[in-house]
Design a protein around this ligand. Structure first.
Ligand code: NAP
Length: 310
């Protein structure tokens, strides 16, 4: 039986690395995984983990693929010996944290290039063949930051909102071709994401006014609290990718956690945005955690307080 050929971007760490391992070591042995990395010098952790997990020979291959470079994407595609990719996982991404006014143009451009244009480049490289073969699955790592605006994450959220529009548009078009697009919407996940933020960990603050700096400190305390309470391990998130992959009729969105669905619903039920903006502002910037009550968010039906996520 032909194996399912999977190509994943951004496998040096985090979700991409764990998904590559999970599929390559699947007991069914039905996956051939091309784990791609921006820089192959970073392949050590994946290689070592594959050895210790006992991934069967030939189940996992590493390729260089920088989503900012169309030639690199094309070269990776050419190295897929099966001549086809059944499942494409667009996972590569980078964060950017801090007040918008102090973000350097280079950093803004780089995050948009990786997260938005990079995903477009990858899709452009692989979709035509899927359409021609009238078969294919596309999984894209989405974020709560693509479903709701988060303070100090404006550019990152802009990039992830763009991904929502990109995927939703393709999901409408592609079913007649037998191609299905799904977003795996992640809440906070314990990965290297915070350390690998564009411009370095901690976020850019130089040049921000005192009041904004104070709000940023509150945001950071909130983020720590939310990670402490709600962060998932990448292994848990990869199971959601598998659920999407196994579905005979894939949905557009899968959620790694239900914790933030009340906020997603709030944005839809009050399209003016007033409820969401007020609730998120209170949740992030309230002086005391006790102020973040369910009542503050519009009633118990809204569930636990919201979080600022990636
Ligand atoms: N962690 C979270 O809380 C969270 C929440 C929601 C969504 N997400 C999304 O999940 C995805 C994976 O992130 P993660 O949490 O697993 O963090 P991560 O460990 O930092 O992984 C990000 C991966 O993207 C790669 N990447 C960055 N720029 C690239 C480029 N130009 N070309 C190819 N690969 C590139 C990184 O490679 P290098 O190491 O070489 O830079 C790394 O392998 C991202 O799209 C992120 O937005 C994360």
């Amino acid at each position: 039986m032909d194996r399912t050929v999977v190509l994943i971007t951004g496998c040096s760490s985090g979700i991409g690395l764990h998904l590559a391992l999970r599929l390559a070591s699947d007991p069914s042995r039905r996956f051939k995984v091309y784990a791609t990395l921006r820089d192959l010098r970073a392949q050590g952790p994946l290689r070592e983990a594959a050895q210790s997990r006992g991934c069967p020979p030939g189940s996992l291959e590493m390729l260089q693929l920088d989503v900012r470079d169309a030639d690199s994407v094309a070269a990776a595609r050419a190295r897929v010996t099966e001549g086809r990719v059944d499942v494409l996982v667009c996972n590569a991404g980078r964060g950017l944290l801090g007040p918008l006014e102090v973000q350097e143009a280079g950093a803004v451009g780089s995050v948009l290039d990786v997260n938005v244009a990079g995903t477009v480049r990858t899709l452009q490289a692989f979709l035509p063949d899927m359409k021609r073969r009238r078969s294919g699955r596309v999984l894209v790592t989405g974020s709560m930051g693509g479903l709701m605006g988060l303070p100090f994450n404006a550019v990152y959220c802009a990039s992830k909102f763009a991904i929502e529009g990109l995927c939703e548009s393709l999901a409408v078009l592609l079913p007649p071709f037998g191609v299905h697009v799904s977003l795996i919407e992640c809440g906070p996940v314990r990965t290297a994401f915070q350390e690998k933020l564009e411009g370095g960990p901690g976020g850019a603050l130089d040049g921000a006014d005192a009041e904004t700096r104070d709000l940023f400190s509150r945001y950071q305390r909130h983020l720590e609290r939310i990670f402490h309470e709600a962060a998932q391990d990448p292994e848990e998130v990869t199971e959601v990718f598998l659920a999407a992959l196994r579905s005979p009729r894939p949905a557009l969105r899968y959620f790694s956690t239900e914790r933030f669905l009340p906020l997603v619903r709030m944005r839809l039920t009050d399209p003016s945005g007033r409820s969401y903006v007020a609730a998120m502002h209170r949740a992030v910037f309230a002086e005391e955690p006790a102020e973040e009550s369910a009542a503050d968010l519009g009633g118990p039906a809204l569930g636990p307080p919201p979080a600022a996520l990636q």
